[in-house]
Design a binder for this molecule. Structure first.
Ligand SMILES: Cc1cc2nc3c(=O)[nH]c(=O)nc-3n(C[C@H](O)[C@H](O)[C@H](O)COP(=O)(O)OP(=O)(O)OC[C@H]3O[C@@H](n4cnc5c(N)ncnc54)[C@H](O)[C@@H]3O)c2cc1C
Length: 247
């Protein structure tokens, strides 16, 4: 029996002799909590053909589809990093609805808007905002959040990556001193990102300042890896294969 027929029969058998004792629209409003109009439109938007689940497809295609889906959502204006200033719950509403359709796409979304974008907004200054916020919303500037290291996951405070401020050139020199210090699992890093916020043990003038985030360019506008940066694709995983994880 085709799925639509099965669904109709099931609905009919459920409703025989039963009256609804509540208004589904009101129940939806109660469960949704906030941003009702946006959620309604977003759910309708999710019937876009690009959102249809696809199975048993090559890794490259799975990653490409996750990006395409996110791009469609961004182009339709359902999420903006600037929502952190005006309506943060709108960002979380977008996550809730997206995660039902494609958790890999939602992972890319949360790294782009919440972890990378949120850090640019909160830790950055007007200079960073002017340069990046538009591109974060359009996905012209895809970014990563470089916290986890191979040896330091939940225990990130012990991380080993260093950032040393060089007064003479006014630059930060980011260094991975050991194998365990390599950044690991970095979402968007294998293919789609141009930027990363690297979290590292900062020192200036020989004095340790603790962990700070440093914005680093990893690919140029032609998506070529920048000099001094090494990226390895983490490849096929047991799940979330739409996420291009890197180390
Ligand atoms: C798909 C995916 C995307 C990711 N994207 C990013 C990203 O973009 N940026 C980024 O920085 N990281 C990313 N991560 C990394 C993720 O945040 C880490 O996996 C996470 O922090 C856990 O670290 P770990 O894997 O090293 O596990 P571990 O810290 O080694 O933990 C392993 C197990 O030990 C348990 N454990 C650890 N410490 C303790 C303790 N003190 N007491 C009790 N139990 C403990 C944990 O609960 C867990 O069950 C991603 C991971 C995945 C899988």
């Amino acid at each position: 029996m085709p799925p639509h027929q099965l669904r109709d029969e099931w609905k009919a058998s459920c409703s025989v002799g039963r009256e609804l004792t509540f208004d589904p629209a009101q129940m939806t409003e109660l469960l949704d909590h906030d941003n009702h109009e946006m959620r309604k439109k977003f759910r309708e938007f999710m019937s876009d053909p690009v959102m249809t689940p696809r199975y048993d497809i090559p890794l490259a295609e799975e990653r490409d589809i996750a990006l395409q889906r996110l791009k469609r959502i961004c182009d339709a204006g359902f999420i903006s990093v600037k929502d952190f200033w005006t309506n943060p719950l709108r960002i979380f509403a977008a996550h809730e609805i997206s995660a039902v359709i494609d958790p890999a796409m939602a992972t890319k979304m949360t790294v782009q808007f919440n972890l990378f974008g949120g850090s640019v907004i909160k830790l950055g200054t007007k200079r960073h905002h002017d340069k990046l916020l538009e591109g974060i919303d359009t996905l012209e500037d895809v970014g990563c959040f470089g916290l986890t290291e191979l040896g330091y996951g939940n225990n990130a405070v012990e991380m080993e990556t260093t950032a040393v401020y060089d007064k003479s050139t006014e630059e930060f020199i980011i260094h991975t001193p050991t194998t365990l210090a390599q950044k690991y699992w970095i979402t968007n890093g294998a293919i789609h990102a141009k930027h990363i916020i690297v979290f590292a043990q900062l020192s200036t003038d020989g004095s340790k300042k603790g962990i700070h985030g440093i914005l680093v360019r990893i690919r140029d506008d032609n998506m070529q890896i920048m000099p001094g940066v090494r990226v390895e694709d983490m490849g096929h995983k047991m799940g979330l294969n739409g996420v291009d994880n890197a180390k």
